[in-house]
Design a protein. Structure first.
Length: 307
């Protein structure tokens, strides 16, 4: 399999405008399906659409870091360059006890080639929130960069998939993937009073989960997570709750309360997809889906200013 993406040098790069406008962008996760969201965010940054607040789950939280730091193309370049690096995805990460994703590599070694703009990220003009699931309570916890001891550890917790990742301990509590409790946190954005909300999906609008799929894993859950009965229940109900979220989001979209950007075609990329050409195509789908809607997005943001 080709380990160099053929279109790597055509990927956009640069720094986003420092102009910020009111609103909140909500980023769904989905491991490497998140490359769709990377295309969306790069297109928005190139169009000077930089919203005040960013909240992300799992891969969405990882991508949101670079949206807030204003680094166009950083997410996609890192993912395509290091997808087959075992320190980033695979055996080395597992050996380091991180699960399948090497967060230490992503946050430190890879940073040497693609430096993360911490200075811009930590400026007070923008909010960033990573959602993780407290395994004791099974409730989502919303870690905000300006009120969190270590936002990068919170992002790691948000993106630590159950079954294959160790729990991330923060302030005395164990955490795992935010998607276990709140896969698409638009309700948080509404609760915070945002009038302009853009939700970036990583599945087509019509996608719904088969609600019996999680039950196949229950014996394993009861073994691994026996000390956390509330978390087991959250895993059992995760797919049903996700479908309810999708239905609620669809209603809010129809009411023009929330603007949703979602894949225009079926997503065939797996959670840990190895095919770089498929990953690159998914990124460009997100990019061009967004560019085609850019006038509608601007209209939505402008119309909501007075609501």
């Amino acid at each position: 399999m080709n380990k160099i993406y053929s279109g790597f040098h055509q990927l956009p790069h640069g720094n986003a405008s420092t102009m910020v406008q009111e609103g909140c962008i909500v980023l769904e996760g989905g491991a490497f399906r998140g490359l769709y969201g990377e295309g969306v965010l790069d297109a928005l940054m190139l169009e000077n659409i930089n919203l005040r607040c960013t909240i992300g789950v799992s891969a969405g939280a990882m991508n949101g870091l670079n949206y807030v730091s204003g680094q166009i193309g950083r997410s996609i370049r890192m993912n395509l360059k290091y997808r087959h690096d075992k320190r980033y995805v695979g055996r080395k990460a597992l050996q380091n006890g991180e699960g399948l994703i090497g967060f230490a590599f992503a946050f430190h070694q890879a940073d040497q080639e693609y430096p993360f703009d911490k200075k811009r990220f930590f400026q007070f003009d923008r909010r960033f929130i990573a959602v993780a699931t407290n395994c004791e309570t099974a409730e989502p916890v919303y870690f905000e960069k300006d009120h969190c001891r270590d936002i990068f550890q919170a992002v790691q917790a948000s993106a630590s998939m159950p079954f294959i990742s160790k729990m991330v301990w923060m302030e005395g509590y164990p955490y795992l993937d935010g998607g276990c409790s709140d896969k698409i946190p638009f309700a948080w954005a509404l609760g915070e009073g945002y009038k302009k909300i853009i939700v970036v999906r990583t599945r087509p609008l019509s996608y719904r989960k088969k609600t019996d799929s999680i039950t196949r894993k229950l014996p394993l859950e009861k073994t691994i997570y026996r000390p956390y009965p509330k978390f087991i229940k959250a895993l059992e109900e995760m797919d049903v709750n996700y479908n309810r979220q999708c239905e609620a989001l669809e209603m809010l979209q129809e009411q023009k309360r929330i603007y949703v950007i979602a894949p225009s075609q079926p997503v065939t990329v797996g959670r840990l997809e190895p095919d770089l050409e498929k990953l690159g195509s998914l990124y460009w789908m997100g990019y061009y889906d967004t560019r085609r809607q850019i006038q509608d997005i601007r209209r939505y943001l402008k119309e909501n200013e007075s609501i």
